[in-house]
Each structure stands twice: as C-alpha cells, then as structure tokens.
Design a protein around this ligand. Sequence first.
Ligand code: NZQ
Ligand code: ZN
Length: 390
Amino acid sequence: MLGNFTYHNPCAVHFGPDALDCLAPELANYGKNVVLIYGGGSIKKSGLYDKIVAIIESSGKTLTEIPGVMSNPTVEKLREGVEIARNANADLLLAVGGGSVIDYSKAVSISVHCDDDPWEKYYKRFEDVDDDLQIVPVGNVLTMSGTGSEMNGGSVITSHSEKLKIGHTFGWRVIPKFSIVNPEYTFTVPDYQVRAGMFDAFNHITEQYFSGSDDSTSDYIAEGLMRSLVHSSRIVMKNPTDYEARSNVSWICTWALNTFIGCGKPQDWEIHMIGQAIGGVTNATHGMTLSAVTLPYYRMVMPYGLTKFVRFAENVWDVDPTGKTDAQIAEEGMQRFEAWMDEMGAVKHVSELGLTPQMFDDVIAGTFLLDGGYKKLTPDDVRQILVESE
Ligand code: NZQ
Ligand code: ZN
C-alpha cells in the first residue's frame, strides 16, 4: 500500500435482528428535538414507523417529521427540509429509509446552520463544510441495502430543472453517528430495487478496485467482498427472505462504501459519474444507471489496466488462465461478470432507462471526467459508451 491515508469513521453500527433495541440508548446521547426523516411510505406499511415513533416518544423527545423524501432527492425538497429542521431547533436528524433518505438527511445536517444555499455551495461549487460549521448529527435506521450511505459521508442531490445529479463525499464529521441495520427490514424492498442495490454495491467495490498498480491489501479485501456478494446475491434472488444471505448482502453493502477498501489507493468512479449524469436527465434507479454503462466502459479501459482485469477474472470469477493470453483471460472474466449481471436482471441498455440519443448531449455535459482510473475519458468516449449501451 503505497499511498498515505487517514481512516476515520465515527459511525457506530448496530447490526442484526435486535438492532432496534439500540435506538433508545442512542437517543439518550442527543438533545430533546428529534426530526424524523423518511421516504414515500414504505415504513408506515411495514409498521416500522409506529415502532420508531413509540421509541422516540418514550424517550421523552419532541418529534418533528420530514416525510416524503423521494428517490434521488431533489434540491427543492432539500430547501424545504432545511426550513423544517431549523424551525424545530433540531438536535438529531433520524433518517429511516434507504440511501435517498440518509443522503438527504446529511445534506440537511450541513445546511441548517449555514447561510449559503446548499445546492450552490456544496454541490455546484463543490465546497466543503466550513470547519466551524455546526452540523446537526444524523443517525439512521436502514431499510434498504446498496449505497453504503449508512456509514459514509456521501450525499447525492438532484436538480431536475438543471438536469444535474451531483454527489459529494464529505469528511468524517458528516458521517452518521449511528446506524441501525436489521437485514430483516430489507425483506420488503421491491425486487428491482434489491437487484439495483446489489449491483450498486458491486460497482462501489470495482470503482475502488480498478485503479492503481501497487500490491494493496485493499484489493484483496475487495475481492473477498465481491466473491461473497456474488454468492449471496444468488441466494437472495431465489429466496428473498433468506436471513443469512440478506445479512451478508447488507454487511457487504456497508463495507463496499464506508471508504475502508479505498484506503491507500487512487480510485476510479467514472461509471458513477456517467450513471449520475444519466440519473440527472432520466431520474432512473441509481444502480441500474451504473449497470447500463458498465460493460462498454470496462471494455474501453481494459487495455490500459489489463493486469488488474486479469486478476479480476482469476480471483473473482475463477477463470482458468492456462494457455490463454492476458487479453483472453480478461475478456473471459468480463463475460462471467456479464453472465452474473444477466442473472441479476441488471439493465444493460440505456434505452431501458428512458434515455434517448437526443438526451446524450445533456448526459455528456453532466458527466464529470475524473483521472483516478486506468484511462481518463474524453466527452467523445462518453458518447461512445452511451451509443454502445443503446
Ligand atoms: O420511499 P419509500 O417508500 O421508503 O420507498 C423506497 C424507494 O421507493 C423503497 N424502500 C426502501 N426500503 C424499503 C423500501 N420499500 C419497501 N421496503 C423497504 N424496506 O425503495 C425505493 C428506493 O429507495 P432509495 O433510498 O431511493 O434507494 P437507494 O438506497 O438505492 O438510494 C439511492 C440514492 O442514493 C444515492 C443515489 O444516487 C440515489 O440518489 N447514492 C448515495 C451514495 C452514498 N451516500 O455514498 C452512493 C451511491 O453511489 C449513490 O449515488
Ligand atoms: Zn452507487
């Protein structure tokens, strides 16, 4: 591991079927005013809302709510939530939901005591949180696995009017203080979202894996996580209520993006840049925006990082290298990866996401071009990837 790094993650994760028992002791660590933030109603349907409200009330807290956080949360909804949290003098933001609700809560947390417009400051100008800013702490109860938002500083916000979806990974002060992860809550997630979440997590791992050339422990950990995810995903697809497989998937998703496996490495993230740009134009499900461009992207960069693609083929997909060239081994790995994507029902064509060629210019304009991967893309490369994914 040749890079320098500081790994600092202050999130306490309470994991397992009894994890909600840890909510009351966690609430005791914060002030009186709790703002409960949730999505479009799945937590009311499942009964989780009633349980959490009962815990908040029996802890003697004052409850305010921000309901209706949509998938791919918008800038308008963010501004509305900041006002509610300000008026409530929020001491704790309790996010109950998936990545969208948790990302949104982090964005509110750094905006309540900030005079600037959060969209302009944190996303469009990409500024960091001021050192002296008071951040309202965030805790969460996770209901859907995929993004890793429960244990990281990432927050993605969308402006439909500007056709922009922008993610910002903030420092350790923005990471949730605690996270309650009961894999049983994920049993009711719609099948398409389950698959999208698992693909998202796999891609988080590959975004960190396909970069650099030094011998890095992070890459060995990444390979273990990928193998475990492929194994457990197959069980989950057959039997969505298999607790053992669901618990593995949940834990992998958390570790895929709590920044641990990126330690000491350059990182790629270009698939996420294109996927987010597609999301800004179409509002499509995040994980599927990634899968749609994954294969053309990796086939484009493969010659520049061939050694790592060979390693991926052998160590993740068990490709036998005997008598094959490196290019053949790497391509066989890609084919096995694609076969798993097919099993997963991962979207492979941007047209399935409602993206038409007339929209390509907007996607290209909204794609940040990064230089951490094996090849820095040009706008024409992005166009080629979109055309190949059509
Ligand atoms: O809104 P509700 O009614 O809760 O329904 C949600 C939503 O419709 C539903 N759902 C969640 N848990 C459920 C459930 N339905 C039934 N039972 C449950 N237990 O699932 C739908 C999708 O939820 P959402 O939170 O939107 O999905 P996800 O967790 O994939 O989050 C996506 C957002 O996270 C961002 C994405 O860009 C996107 O905006 N990301 C955040 C990252 C981070 N913080 O580091 C990294 C990721 O790369 C990603 O960009
Ligand atoms: Zn993602």
